[in-house]
Structures are given as C-alpha cells and as structure tokens.
Design a binder for this molecule. Sequence first.
Ligand code: ADP
Length: 355
Amino acid sequence: MTDITKEIIEKKLTSIVLGNKKSLVEENIIEGISHKDGHVQISLYANKDNIEEIEKVGKLIEKELSSIKGMISVTSVLTNEPLKQNASKEAKQPKEPKPVEKIQGIKNIIAIASGKGGVGKSTMSINIASALSSIGKRVGILDADIHGPSIPHMLALKGKPEVNENKKIVPFEFENMKVMSIGFLINEDQPVVWRGPMVHSAIKQMATDTNWGELDFLIIDMPPGTGDAQITVSQHLPLDGAIIVSTPQPVAVNDAVKAIGMFKKVNIEILGIIENMSYLVLNDGTKENIFGEDGAKEMAKKLNIEFIGEIPLDKEIRESCDDGIPFVFSQPKSLIKDIFISFAKKIDEILSKKS
Ligand code: ADP
C-alpha cells in the first residue's frame, strides 16, 4: 500500500505546464485517471493531427508523476477524441459517469462473453443475432471488443457511421440487423489504446448515442477475459444477462469459470453456456473431439447453469466469417444453421421466462 491519492496526482498534474505555457488542465486533454497501490494510468485525448504532440505530453506526465514519493509506475495511454457532439460534455465530466439506465426502445440486452480469446465469441454473436433475426426478432449487434473488434470483418462492413440530425450515430445495417462496432470509430493504423477509464465512455457512447430504434435484442460482443475492460462494460451497460462461450478444452473452461465469477460479482445473470468447436465431423461421419469432450457442458452442469448447446468445428463456419456473411445466412439449409436457430429460440424462451 502507498499513500498516493487521486488528490496528490491531480495536484501534480495541475502544476505541469506545457510548451505553450498553458497547464494540462487548461488544455482539457486528460480523459481519466486511474490509480491503485502506487500504479497510475493517465488517459489522454488524442486525434490523428495531434497524436505526436500528445505522446510527448504523455512522456512528460510520466516523468513528473514518477517523482511523487512512493510512485511505482506511471503509464500514459491515448484515447480517440470523443465524437464531436459530446466532446465538451465528456471533457468536463469524464471522471465517474453514472451507469446507463435502460436504453429506450431496447427490450433485451445480452452480452456474449468468454474467458479467453479465440473461442468463437464473435462468431457466436453474429450467428445468434442472425438466428434471432431469422425467427422474426428485431436485432442489433454492438461490438464492444475494444481489443480486437472483428464484427466489421465478419459482416464485411467498412467506413465511419453517419450522425443524424438528432446527433445520434446511424448504425450500419446487415440483413435488417443494426450494427455498431468500436472498429468503426477507431483508426486501425493509429496507435490508440482503449483501456481502463476510457473504455466506459466509448462503450456507453456507442450504446446510448446510436439510433437503434425499436429492438427486441441487442447482442453485445464483449471484450474477452475477466479484466477491467469486461467489468467496466458490465457495469456501464444495462445488461439483462450474459451468455458464456467456451470450447471444451480445460484451459478455455477454466477461464470461462472466471468470466462467470466476474459476472456474478457485478450481479449479472448468466443465461446459459454455449460450447463451440465441440467436435469435427470426419469424412466417414464419425465425430472427433479435437478440443476434448463435453468440457463446457460439464461445467454448465456443475455450476447449475443452462447448457444452450454445442456447435461443431466446421470449415464453412470459418469461411463464412472470412467471407463477411454469417453462417446462418450463407448456409440456410444446413444442420448447423438449425442448431443456431434452436439457440435463438432457447434464448428467447429463457428471457421471456425471466420477465
Ligand atoms: P473470439 O471472438 O472468441 O476471439 P472468433 O469468433 O473471432 O473468436 O473466432 C476465432 C476464429 O475461429 C475465427 O477465425 C472464426 O472464423 C473461427 N471459428 C469460430 N468458431 C468456429 C467453428 N465452430 N468452426 C470453425 N471455425 C470457427
């Protein structure tokens, strides 16, 4: 433990004068401050025109704050400037935004989450969304995977969203589904780090400033893991529940258990577990359990959580992701599509029982 408080950090920051003789505070470039046990992270607004200058400011801050007695580490990270319509509001009160209230017009908000990356969370998100849409539900997809937003690629969507006359972001559309991704807001070639304190403002903005219209389901593709990013998203969106995706492999299952623990801690109900890549169907029709057998299914049983079902490892699923068309639409006559439809019906049923 150290005695470093936020006040001490803020006092030091106030004393820093920039090259133009203005103070950091006057320049309004600090997005947020987080600190714990002598470790401090400062996030700074930057855009493509001033990024080099702000990087230098970050280095200056790191140097100055490191001189505080007891300081162990100081990191500065850059975040995209908030969308213009919120710029002044966000800059003045970035510290502790209140959790979002229920989003008007949206009946159910469901997080699709995993403990580990690469288990097929995004693939499940777009196919569950597509299956819900196929059974007649009004669906939106929000890609909150700040570390590696893959929904734009999986739906072959590109570009920046427009803002309408009411200053709401106009989501992209794919087969009647409304789509918004953090990937549309960040420039991939820009060294922008979305972490800690800036995660909530970006996610909150996408959730509440997007013109979703009336939706039965908003599917949120969560960042993988159980760290700050997931907790922040869970605390700042009015989630009706979470669905956990895991492969049967012990390493994925162990991390999924941690993700479940994280959701429980923030009082979010786990609606069910999906096992992805459960088996591969070989040419002779037999099944091979490449990643082990029933790992996620058994975890669901042990934790008394609904097991929604299993999806095989399938070349056409991988191809559909790369072709930018969800499997549910690209293979409308396949058995696996029927499995996704059964998931959609089950999820709808679980939620209607809840309300
Ligand atoms: P995550 O969101 O958990 O990081 P992704 O959904 O991006 O995972 O999936 C990782 C990769 O695995 C992608 O290339 C995707 O196409 C592929 N994939 C996911 N599920 C399957 C599956 N059941 N069969 C074949 N490939 C899959």
